[in-house]
Design a protein around this ligand. Sequence first.
Ligand code: FAD
Length: 495
Amino acid sequence: MTREQGVTRVVIAGGGTAGWLAAAALTRQLRGQVAVTLVESDEIGTIGVGEATIPTIRAFHALLGLDENAFLRAAKASFKLGIQFEGWAREGDSYIHSFGALGRGTWMAEFHHMWLEAHAQGFGGELSAACAEHEAARAERFATDENGSLNYAYHLDAGLYARALREQAEAQGLVRIEGRIARVERDGASGDIAALVLEDGARVAGDLFLDCTGFRALLIEGEMQAGWEDWSHWLPTNRALAMQTRAVGPAVPYTRAIAHDAGWRWQIPLQHRVGNGLVYASDFLSDDEARHRFLGLVEGEPLIEPRLIRFTTGRRKRVWVNNCIALSLASGFVEPLESTSIHLTMIAITRLLQLFPFNGSTPALARRFDDLAQRELERVRDFVMLHYVLNQRPEPFWQRMREMELPASLTERIAVWREAAHAWQGADDLFRVDSWVQVMLGQRLEPEGHHHVARLMPPERLRQALADMQAATAATVAKLPTHQQYLDRHGGVAA
Ligand SMILES: Cc1cc2nc3c(=O)[nH]c(=O)nc-3n(C[C@H](O)[C@H](O)[C@H](O)COP(=O)(O)OP(=O)(O)OC[C@H]3O[C@@H](n4cnc5c(N)ncnc54)[C@H](O)[C@@H]3O)c2cc1C
């Protein structure tokens, strides 16, 4: 059944990372089918953070047809093999959640079960010693490498990235309109959005509207009143201070996430500067104290004044209402610990292309889109919460985090891991088994049991198998240049 009016005009409200990602993807993938217009306000500006990514970005860049070297040059990007968590379980602890596979398992049980058996027998070294991404990150080495073996993502300059996406989208026919959206015009009969009306009176009409206005959520909430589900009882951090500094040493190929008494601090090395942020819960740390502490902690000459960003964790109850779809910050936000927001935006855009309402928005399409987005975000929330709840720190903030009531889905995960070292990647899960394992063990949640698959082989064979895997990994990593050398050599990185 087709509706009378199809979608031939897409209007994107907002030109942050989300708006420009959507613009670049739609103009490339639906060329000739839809006309795309983007409205943004330079005066309002963008959130100016969001500079760490996960490996799925490379698949999205392939969809955009974005060449890696051109991207590295344009966004002054560096490479990322994972996140180093410092002080999360206890002060002085450090572990890396890498993007790699921990080792080879069998169909019956994953690698970590074998390692746990070896560990119980008193050998086997470190869990991550057979994981190339982990070992390369620790050695600060990197190459995209002839064998293409490392699974990696990027750190990028958000402003430069948006500019590069804009150039591509405009070259593909996108029309950009500068101006402030003053109000939204609705169709009286259907309730659909008919047009955005700008402060200067200009009217931007369309068939489908993408709300990329960030936390303002001008269309999806301001006009369509989709509703908000608050998650701050589970993730109470609600402020970030962000500041850029000059680098004081070589760029490391991982994000640093350093716990403090009321939250954590990020360090993201780029080619030309370092991005820093202090995330905290305002119930446990005042803005003045946070600023004072932040300025004392950041290394390197500040390039800008610290900027205060307020946020609330949670999600929009519906992200597709009538002919309005919210993307990225307008749709919800789980705090930035695992750098998932840009990924979720890319997945939402990919899904929009797959479910594109060529014949007009329908409730069924909207429900399907909503359902997939909601379940995916819940799983990400659980994974992010895991870092917080498994802590042994003494401060009131951390005490509150480990004593709170958890979502049932997370309680179950923790119980199954604790009893038998089982972790899983469900259909809606972004994070793989090895991610759950690295974080659970990194947060000191030692399982009481594990699968006995490794007892099917003599201890000597298990010892040899682990030693061989670890030696092969060490040999691979030893051949890699340092991350900084690789950056200096590739992508026309200078200036
Ligand atoms: C502290 C913090 C750290 C983060 N770190 C990461 C990270 O490491 N990795 C990651 O993946 N994500 C991260 N994120 C999320 C990431 O920043 C966002 O996903 C990304 O920047 C996309 O933002 P956006 O485009 O939705 O919103 P914004 O960047 O806020 O853009 C909104 C756009 O809407 C426009 N607009 C608003 N109102 C109007 C109006 N009335 N008229 C016209 N235009 C208007 C603005 O001008 C702007 O162009 C972080 C977020 C926060 C808060």
